[in-house]
Design a protein around this ligand. Structure first.
Ligand SMILES: N[C@@H](CCC[C@H](N)C(=O)O)C(=O)O
Length: 279
């Protein structure tokens, strides 16, 4: 059976997108996703994303497999790519610019803007330890500036869930962080029962943050949308930044806002089609 795919990226966080609208079961298994994501023996990507029929009255459902075959609840850069992919698939029959997407993190709404950017209502951040989940604090308390021992050093971490878990550490110089060696130690730390994504943040000003990320199930990536949202929320919780900021990632900038009005997080950034192919 031939399966068509399109490769997209959001600031270098790259995905294989598959039109799965005729079935609610992904046409690729997690094991196959691992092979497709391989950068030497496959297509090469940080994950595989499926556009499935909508559930619970939504327009579509998004599912995603990380490059290690695990299934995360949400993906910020991926959902911007999905928005553009859906618009391409619908072509002339497209009647709207805003899609309601069912995800494991709830309903997320990417909106295609006139300037080509995609603005996403990423929903409410979750802040309680049990929701992250982490055992770093009592389940019903927040995890803000908590000490965590990793690689023989004590790090002050703040944890935020954007549907998926994030552990954020503020540092003086992101370039000096040995991400390759310490990333996996954060990801697999026993205080994170579902593993974690880990963000290192340098506060350049109250509206400009520099970020490097180690992603659960994917390792070092050039950008992480949920990570940028979680980091801004962590910056506000720790008093380090304003509620609106540019988060500069190795792949480029994302504009993030944690709205004072509705407490939801909004992310704006690009999504680019790279090429199409057939498996
Ligand atoms: N790159 C993504 C996040 C993808 C999921 C993550 N690896 C996880 O397992 O939670 C983003 O842009 O948010």
């Amino acid at each position: 059976m031939a399966i068509e795919f399109t490769k997209y990226h959001g600031l270098g966080n790259d995905f294989i997108l598959i039109d799965n609208r005729s079935s609610s079961v992904p046409v690729i298994t997690p094991e196959q996703a691992i092979k497709l994501c391989d950068r030497h023996f496959g297509i090469g990507a940080d994950g595989v994303i499926f556009a499935l029929p909508g559930e619970n009255g939504t327009d579509y459902t998004m599912r995603i497999f990380n490059s290690d075959g695990s299934e995360p609840e949400m993906c910020g850069n991926g959902i911007r790519c999905l928005g553009v992919f859906l618009a391409d698939l619908e072509g002339e029959s497209r009647s709207k610019d805003l899609y309601r997407i069912h995800t494991l993190a709830g309903v997320i709404t990417p909106q295609l803007m006139a300037d080509g950017q995609v603005k996403v209502d990423m929903g409410l951040p979750k802040l309680l330890a049990a929701e992250i989940p982490t055992t770093l604090s009592a389940g019903d308390s927040k995890v803000i500036n908590q000490p965590l021992e990793v690689a023989g050093k004590t790090w002050e971490v703040t944890c935020v869930s954007m549907g998926n878990p994030h552990c954020i550490t503020f540092v003086d110089d992101v370039a000096a962080i040995p991400l390759e060696s310490i990333g996996p130690q954060f990801e697999h730390h026993p205080v994170f029962p579902q593993r974690t994504n880990t963000e290192f943040i340098q506060v350049v000003s109250r509206n400009y943050l520099k970020m490097r990320v180690w992603e659960r199930g994917a390792g070092i990536t050039l950008a992480c949308g949920t990570g940028a949202c979680a980091s801004l929320v962590a910056g506000v919780l720790t008093g380090k930044c304003d509620r609106t900021a540019t988060v500069e990632l190795p792949g480029g900038p994302l504009e993030i806002e944690w709205s004072e009005i509705d407490q939801r997080v909004y992310m704006t950034g690009p999504a680019e089609r790279v090429f199409t192919g057939k498996l």
